[in-house]
Design a binder for this molecule. Structure first.
Ligand SMILES: [Zn+2]
Length: 299
């Protein structure tokens, strides 16, 4: 078990390969607690959180953001995860209490929970430019979906492994993490075939992590014989940047009619941040002030 969450960036085979690996047990557990997710929902969310962290390699500046958005017809209803280039990630699933029977191999049936639909990858760069890429969900198992996204939208051959292991009694996260390996356009055939050969012997991410393997160990296994050099180690965490002010702004947008209704009701209104579950409560006086601001902002 890795005590702290962190991600590594690495190169291999004379930079013909770029690689990433992450251990994310604590941050996935934090997400589980924030949203009180079932085992299969924790797995879906945890895999997406871990994948998004490694996909921040598509970003340049610290404030750039990458968002993975699943619009899907499975019982989970949707997944939204946002990561920045500082190792911070947040996210939620639409229906966190979905329960499904396990697959024949005993694994949580994330593919069934997700179902069919689209995966959109949104990149917010330089605080002004947004780039969207969209693919059909491949099988809903997250790792294969992201692999498919890289092939279709970025034309980069990629191998991704993701895993979340939850406790059968209380659902807490025992292990979480993954790896992402990419071939540069000039990668030699023998490098490609070596990875393919290695992958035949690579176990599930949760098995590797349960055996005490670190992100470094996972990459050494996937890239065995290909001279891995770790170039960076980045602490990662579940972090939401929500604030009372942001929630107030969201309330302003619901419109004065709705605000009038709330004021007439005379009760406190509590809103939860979708990303982290944090509760923000507004009393009638707060609502009146927000209504005033809404009127003013309309001019
Ligand atoms: Zn939040």
């Amino acid at each position: 078990m890795n005590e702290k969450d962190y991600m590594i960036r690495a190169v291999a085979a004379d930079e013909q390969i770029r690689a990433f690996a992450v251990t994310s047990r604590n941050l996935v557990e934090e997400a589980r607690k924030a949203h009180n997710t079932s085992q299969v929902a924790t797995a879906a969310l945890g895999r997406t959180l871990s994948g998004a962290l490694m996909m921040t390699s598509l970003l340049k500046n610290p404030d750039d953001l990458i968002t993975l958005q699943y619009d899907c017809d499975g019982p989970i209803g949707g997944i939204t995860v946002t990561a920045n280039n500082r190792g911070e990630v947040k996210g939620y699933v639409k229906n966190g209490n979905v329960v499904l029977p396990p697959k024949a191999n005993g694994h949580l049936d994330v593919g069934q929970a997700v179902g069919k639909g689209t995966l959109t990858v949104i990149r917010d760069l330089d605080l002004k430019n947004t780039y969207n890429g969209q693919v059909a969900i491949y099988n809903g198992e997250i790792a294969e979906d992201l692999t498919h996204y890289y092939a279709e939208s970025e034309q980069v051959p990629t191998t991704i492994g993701l895993g979340v292991l939850t406790d059968h009694t209380d659902g807490h996260v025992k292990e979480a993490g993954g790896f992402l390996v990419q071939l540069m356009p000039f990668a030699a055939d023998k490098v490609i075939s070596r990875i393919e050969e290695n992958m035949k012997h690579v176990q599930d991410v949760t098995v590797m992590l349960s055996e005490g393997m670190t992100p470094e160990d996972m990459l050494k296994k996937v890239l065995d014989g290909l001279d891995v050099t770790v170039t960076e180690t980045i602490p990662v965490r579940f972090h939401c940047n929500c604030s009372r002010e942001r929630v107030e702004n969201a309330l302003m947008l619901v419109g004065t009619d709705e605000l009038d209704d709330m004021i007439r009701e005379g009760k406190d209104v509590t809103l939860n941040c979708r990303f982290c579950g944090k509760a923000y409560t507004f009393d009638v006086e707060d609502l009146k002030k927000i209504r005033e601001r809404a009127v003013k902002s309309r001019g």
